[in-house]
Write a protein that binds this ligand. Sequence first.
Ligand code: SF4
Length: 126
Amino acid sequence: MSAEEALEYIKLHPEGALQSDLWKNLKIDSRKCSRIVAKLLKDNLITREVESADGIRTYRLFCAEKSRGRRFDPLLALDAFEPCAGCIEDCVPEHCSKLSEWIFSIVMGVEGEVAIEKIGPLKLRQ
Ligand code: SF4
């Protein structure tokens, strides 16, 4: 099995493929699979996250071009990250322009971004 075949298998699993399933499904041993995964990681073709499957530590592998969309899409609106994540400001959500802009961009999509540029973020608080 080649790295290309492993990458194709990973691409077929947009929710991520467990490394422990990868070597079993492609009928290779785990050591060879680890080498292939290391090459794909080195080439920035995949990303991975530690996961436990049946009490055994393994990795969930994601195609790099799709890895962002899977877990973080709920926190993104038009590629803008949800502003509350990691925010340390005094919080009054009803008056937060960052939160308002983010919600507005979700509701309005691309048109919302254009509208924000036209009217400015301060007017969103009215
Ligand atoms: S609402 Fe505004 S101030 Fe509050 S956590 Fe979110 S970004 Fe920060």
